[in-house]
Design a protein around this ligand. Structure first.
Ligand SMILES: CCC/C=C/C(=O)SCCNC(=O)CCNC(=O)[C@H](O)C(C)(C)COP(=O)([O-])OP(=O)([O-])OC[C@H]1O[C@@H](n2cnc3c(N)ncnc32)[C@H](O)[C@@H]1OP(=O)([O-])[O-]
Ligand SMILES: NC(=O)C1=CN([C@@H]2O[C@H](COP(=O)(O)OP(=O)(O)OC[C@H]3O[C@@H](n4cnc5c(N)ncnc54)[C@H](OP(=O)(O)O)[C@@H]3O)[C@@H](O)[C@H]2O)C=CC1
Length: 246
């Protein structure tokens, strides 16, 4: 996502807890586009003080911070009845609390300065469909959906826009196992009306639209990019088999 933003002309601070992976991302962007577009700053989004320090550093590096993408997440598949309080908390603190810490800290700064800005939260369609097997992450993403709509309305009149993208399956990061398992990949693709998996650059482009001035009248909205997957064939999957189809 950072690389695609830079290709579109942005200057970007990439954040996370692991210095090496941030530096690797910056190195890749430097190699493609030249130095000075991307910078690495470590942060733990669960810690408000770490978030404030990250935003101070981002402002030093960029001059002004115009946008924020809340992308950090974590999950492990588990039956709901086996999930401990600590396990639920661990995921909610990254996804829901982390999104709040970053958004509230930067939103306050923008409002105090009397200037606008744009936030894009990274959701998934299961924020509203639910996702058996990952109740912690689905609950947290559902919370971020409510936060997106609430702040989208609360801050729209003061130039701070809060929106979200909801990507379908991308064989990257937490789901890169998809690329290596032909059977899972085939079953997924079969269920997606668009007939293929999502490319990471497509998510980045959708987020870039919401961050851009082309979206100044878009507030509290969720842009779903899943090839129709969550709509899918639903209750009527059998319709494909009826005479006259295909
Ligand atoms: C699906 C499509 C969408 C995709 C989205 C993504 O890709 S998102 C990105 C995907 N990528 C990633 O998620 C990155 C890799 N994932 C992670 O690093 C972890 O999953 C994490 C997010 C929980 C880390 O949080 P942490 O460092 O704070 O963890 P900790 O070790 O300190 O444990 C805290 C609590 O959690 C419990 N617990 C932990 N693991 C398991 C488990 N497997 N089983 C059961 N329980 C588990 C542990 O027992 C403890 O609870 P207790 O005993 O105190 O009640
Ligand atoms: N992959 C997919 O198919 C889909 C992904 N999504 C969403 O896209 C986003 C990215 O997912 P993906 O790239 O797959 O996952 P990754 O696991 O690759 O990325 C998660 C990122 O979050 C960072 N992170 C985790 N915890 C923290 C923390 N406490 N503070 C700061 N950063 C943290 C990780 O860096 P580090 O560990 O170094 O801190 C890592 O860079 C997520 O919000 C996910 O829910 C949505 C739909 C589908």
């Amino acid at each position: 996502m950072a690389a695609e933003f830079c290709r579109l002309g942005a200057r970007v601070v990439v954040c996370g807890r692991t210095r090496e992976s941030l530096d690797e991302t910056v190195r890749r962007i430097d190699g493609e586009l030249g130095e000075g577009r991307a910078f690495a700053v470590t942060v733990d989004v669960r810690d408000p003080e770490s978030v404030a320090a990250m935003l101070d550093r981002a402002a030093d590096l960029l001059g002004e911070v115009d946008g924020l993408v809340n992308n950090a997440s974590g999950l492990f598949p588990i039956d709901a009845e086996k999930l401990t309080p600590g396990g639920f908390d661990a995921v909610v603190r990254i996804v829901l609390n982390g999104t709040w810490h970053c958004t509230s800290e930067l939103g306050r700064r923008w409002l105090a300065a009397g200037r606008g800005g744009a936030v894009v939260n990274v959701l998934t369609p299961y924020a509203w469909t639910g996702a058996p097997g990952i109740v912690h992450n689905a609950s947290a993403k559902g919370g971020v959906l409510a936060m997106t709509r609430t702040l989208g309305a609360e801050w729209a009149g003061r130039g701070v826009r809060v929106n979200a993208v909801a990507p379908g399956w991308m064989p990257v990061g937490g789901t890169d196992f998809l690329a290596g398992d032909p059977e899972i990949r085939r079953r997924l693709i079969d269920a997606i009306p668009a007939g293929r998996l999502l490319r990471a650059e497509e998510t980045a482009r959708a987020a870039a639209y919401l961050l851009s001035d082309d979206a100044t009248y878009v507030a509290g909205e969720v842009l779903t990019i899943d090839g129709g997957h969550h709509l899918s064939k639903g209750l009527y999957e059998f319709m494909d088999e009826l005479p006259g189809r295909r």
